[in-house]
Design a binder for this molecule. Structure first.
Ligand SMILES: *Cc1c(COP(=O)(O)O)cnc(C)c1O
Ligand SMILES: [Zn+2]
Length: 394
């Protein structure tokens, strides 16, 4: 099997070991390969004890990346829960608590493969936590660019604990993203944002694993929160490839959900993707507080190829959905709850039907954003006496 990098627009091919993130024409690159892959081996590996097989990413390695040595935790192998007539794939069960580990194991593996000494990303928090962990494992220096004061405390704590250098940028995520691209170019640092096509290869396995969880019978819908649009892009590629390899008989539809205050992709969708929007983003869901998503063009293809939709939900709808998911005993961070909020809205609009099988991808763990979990109304301070306990519980 041969693998190469390919421009999504002009089709120019580059060597798989070349360090570049865009084509000379300016467009994004994707990892492509030849040959047809049989899915039987994937099922056999589920009972293997080897870390490489236990990884929910590298279990699918023939469709992810052909390497001798992977930097794996292992990651993935997350559970699929059936609740309220919906399915929830909980990517918050990954080693650092978000789906970002699926892309990061591949990007850091590639970083080692091309001889990188330092790796960097811009992040709203989860990418940096994941990068910091995988870079620590690989013995690489990690440098993260985050919007100052805008990262949830759980994510920042992880990033620091794993030993990354944190550059707090006076500006928003989009400013941090522009800066890290320039810094990586100038300083020869390996960039692992989702503009890096190897991230996308790893994130495809969210979809492949959930299809495998369902014994390869495709659901009607796969629902995902949308920020920088790496996941939306990865899901589209995963479904195209699963279909091309004959792993599934029909394509599920994608539903990408944005926060109303961070909705450039939704705006484009409502105009049949005629215009690419760039906005100043604001939402309680910090993981999707992004106004200029780098993977816009790939995500457009993902929505088109899956007959998908893009929806927007308000912060109040996101927080209400989070309470519902937390109340199921599963829990998630705010951005992840945009999925359920989106499903509620799309069902009300008749886009999704009650009898359809819908998988919501919960992208992050409940502990990521502790501030969003605090419920003052459930907390009572009392004297250390049994009478006080009785009075409060009466
Ligand atoms: C990164 C992230 C998202 C957004 O994913 P994109 O690929 O940037 O669209 C959503 N939820 C969580 C928890 C994330 O960490
Ligand atoms: Zn090109």
């Amino acid at each position: 099997m041969t693998e190469w990098l390919q421009c999504i627009e002009c089709g120019t091919r580059f060597d798989i070991l070349e360090v570049r993130y865009t084509c000379s024409c300016g467009n994004l690159l994707s990892v492509e390969r030849d040959g047809i892959v049989d899915r039987d081996a994937f099922d056999d590996r589920r009972t293997s004890r080897a870390p490489i097989d236990q990884s929910g990413v590298w279990r699918f390695r023939e469709g992810v990346l052909n390497v001798d040595r992977a930097i794996t935790h292992p990651e993935g192998a997350t559970r699929l829960y059936e609740r309220m007539g919906l399915l929830f794939k909980h990517e918050g069960e990954n080693p650092t608590g978000s789906f970002k580990d699926r892309g990061m194991t591949v990007a850091v593996t590639q970083a080692v493969r091309v001889g990188a000494r330092a790796v960097a990303c811009a992040s709203t928090g989860n990418t940096s936590a994941s990068l910091a962990a995988y870079a620590a494992q690989a013995g690489l220096r990690a440098i993260v660019f985050v919007p100052a004061g805008k990262v949830a405390s759980g994510k920042l704590a992880q990033t620091l604990a794993y030993g990354a250098t944190v550059l707090q940028i006076r500006g928003d995520f989009d400013a941090a993203m522009r800066l890290v691209r320039e810094a990586c170019d100038r300083l020869g640092i390996y960039l692992v944002n989702s503009i890096n096509p190897f991230r996308i290869e790893g994130q495809k396995t969210i979809v492949w694993e959930l299809l495998q969880d369902l014994d390869w019978s495709a659901p009607d819908w796969i629902v995902v929160p949308a920020g920088n649009l790496g996941n939306t892009s990865a899901f589209g590629k995963a479904l195209r490839e699963a279909h091309a390899h004959g792993w599934i008989a029909r394509m599920p539809r994608l539903a990408s959900i944005q926060a109303h205050g961070a909705n450039p992709f939704y705006r484009s969708f409502t105009e049949s993707f005629g215009t690419r929007h760039r906005i100043a983003a604001e939402t309680v869901a910090s993981a999707i507080r992004i106004g200029d998503p780098v993977s816009h063009d790939k995500a457009v293809a993902a929505i088109r190829d899956t007959n998908g939709v893009v929806e927007e939900v308000t912060d109040a709808e996101i927080l209400a959905a989070k309470r519902t998911i937390d109340g199921l005993g599963i829990g998630c961070e705010p951005a992840s709850a945009a999925t359920l909020a989106g499903v509620t809205k799309l069902k009300a609009a008749g886009v999704m039907r009650e009898d359809e099988r819908i998988v919501c991808v919960l992208t992050g763990n409940i502990l990521k954003d502790p501030e969003a979990n605090y419920r003052a109304e459930n907390v009572v301070e009392i004297d250390a006496s049994i009478e006080a306990v009785e009075r409060v519980l009466a």
